[in-house]
Structure formats: structure tokens, C-alpha cells
Design a binder for this molecule. Structure first.
Ligand code: AKG
Ligand code: FE2
Length: 270
């Protein structure tokens, strides 16, 4: 795993709100990640979020959003091989160094499989969906297939993380709705991020991003993980937090539960 970051890469991430890292996984590691993701999804079944079997809200249906991608969240919580991949401190250090923070917790992982002929991923921000607000939230997105303009690569609008508020839109059928909420962004150009399988990108939780449709008969598989900077506080949104934990939280509380949000790296702890 190529986890080295140069100062130039960190500076580029901070200026643009995203960075692509080529050849992140070697061929053997890529095979392993593919296998783990495939098995974890298969054993999860139709429930999108760990621990929510039978809850209607978290079951895959057949609407537009269900055809954007197969989305399975917090696979680390119910699959031990995925837990080993996601809790790797080297990933935490990359995320912390790019974000410019001391400590990083897992917010949630997610497999995002844009299947053959899948819908585009409408433009959105990530962090406003989550239970904490942070300008330093960050996600890794690992390409498990060659990701191209044809099968649904990511797109970013550079620099938007600097002017974003926490206003957001849902990933819906009108893929450009985000630009109605942020009219100042509507004349900016997007950058596409095609990647070879095994490459990855990191993006800021407030940078405008989306992905194209899958216009091919093959799947575009990605394994992703969203990270929360250590010290983040509860903003009142439930998002993926279980009810039993929400019952103990009030707005402003530190989100420091090691079971739900493991601290995978801290520069101040050995
Ligand atoms: O994979 C996609 O289509 C979208 C990914 C995304 O929005 C994210 O990782 O935050
Ligand atoms: Fe996103």
C-alpha cells in the first residue's frame, strides 16, 4: 500500500479539496480488497446499514437512488476482514495529514457499486449529511475497477470546500440541484477523476462532487471510508448513529465513542 504523501500532495489537497493517488494498492492488495468487499456485501444482503436488518428505511428498494449505486454502510462492523482493512492506522494517518488534523475516527465506511447502466451520482456535499459539522472531514474512495468517463468516475469542483456552507441537497434525479443552492458555483468547471483499479482519491466533506452514469455493461466498484476529525461534536443529526447511542447524546457533545467511531490514528498517541 502506497501510503506516502508529499508536501505537494497535501498542499494540492488543501487547495482543491481532493487528490488522486495513483497505484495506492498493488495487484495483490487489490485482489484482496475486491474479495473482502464482495464477500462483505454478499453476507450483508439487502440491508444498507449495519445493525438495521428489517428496518424499512435501510432496505434496498428499486427507486432512482437504488439505481445510483449498491450502497452498503459500515461493513467494518459486521465483517472482520473489512474491519482489518478499515481500521488500518496508515489510512488514518493519510487522512489526518491531508486534512491537517491530529486525530481521525471512522465516521462510516461504504461500498459503492455503480452497477451496469447505473444512474449518475448527483452533485452533493458529504459532511452536511453527517452528525457533526467539520471543515476537515475527509473521505477515501478506492477504485476496485478501472474507473472511466464511461462507467461513472468521480467529478469534483476544485476549491468549493472553501466557500461551502452546510446547505446541501439530496442525491436525486436532478443532478445539478446543488448549483441552485450554490449559484456562485454554477459557472465553475468540474474536473473528472478517472482512475486505474487500485488507485484512490481523497476528498473534503464540503467539496462539490458527483459521478457520471455507468454507460457500460460492467460494474464500477468502489470501497470508501468517511473520517471524522477527533474532537468533532454532535450536531443533532441521526445519520448512521444507532438509536441507543443517540439516546445518550445531546447537541454539542463530543463524538468519542470508540465502538461506533474508532480512533484509527492520532499523532499525539503512540
Ligand atoms: O461513488 C460515487 O458514485 C459517489 C461517491 C461519493 O459521493 C463519496 O464517496 O462521497
Ligand atoms: Fe459523496
Amino acid at each position: 500500500m502506497n501510503t506516502q504523501l508529499s508536501q505537494a500532495q497535501i498542499a494540492s489537497y488543501q487547495a482543491n479539496g481532493f487528490i488522486v493517488i495513483e497505484d495506492f494498492l498493488n495487484a495483490q492488495e487489490l485482489e484482496h480488497w475486491r474479495k473482502v468487499v464482495t464477500e462483505a456485501i454478499a453476507s450483508r444482503g439487502k440491508t444498507k446499514l449495519a445493525g438495521r436488518e428489517g428496518q424499512e428505511k435501510w432496505q434496498e428498494g428499486d427507486g432512482y437512488y437504488d439505481r445510483v449505486f449498491v450502497q452498503r454502510i459500515n461493513l467494518w462492523q459486521d465483517n472482520s476482514a473489512m474491519r482489518e482493512l478499515m481500521l488500518d492506522a496508515r489510512l488514518g494517518k493519510m487522512a489526518a495529514d491531508l486534512a491537517g488534523v491530529e486525530g481521525i475516527r471512522i465516521w462510516h465506511d461504504q461500498a459503492l457499486i455503480k452497477q451496469a447502466w447505473g444512474n449518475p451520482t448527483g452533485w452533493h456535499l458529504d459532511n452536511p449529511y453527517w452528525s457533526f459539522f467539520s471543515q476537515q472531514a475527509i473521505s477515501i474512495w478506492v477504485a476496485l475497477d478501472d474507473v472511466t468517463l464511461e462507467n461513472g468516475c468521480l467529478y469534483f469542483v476544485p476549491g468549493t470546500h472553501k466557500t461551502a456552507s452546510y446547505t446541501n441537497v439530496n442525491i436525486g434525479q436532478n443532478i445539478g440541484d446543488l448549483f441552485l443552492a450554490y449559484p456562485d458555483w454554477s459557472t465553475l468547471n468540474a474536473i473528472s477523476a478517472p482512475m486505474k483499479a487500485g488507485s484512490c482519491s481523497f476528498h473534503n466533506g464540503l467539496v462539490a462532487h458527483g459521478a457520471g452514469a455507468n454507460m457500460t455493461p460492467g460494474s464500477r466498484r468502489a470501497m470508501t471510508c468517511a473520517y471524522m476529525p477527533e474532537g468533532s461534536r454532535f450536531n443533532g443529526k441521526a445519520n448512521v448513529l444507532p438509536q441507543s447511542y443517540l439516546d445518550t447524546l445531546k447537541e454539542g457533545d463530543l463524538l468519542n465513542n470508540d465502538e461506533q467511531n474508532p480512533l484509527i490514528y492520532s499523532s499525539t498517541k503512540a
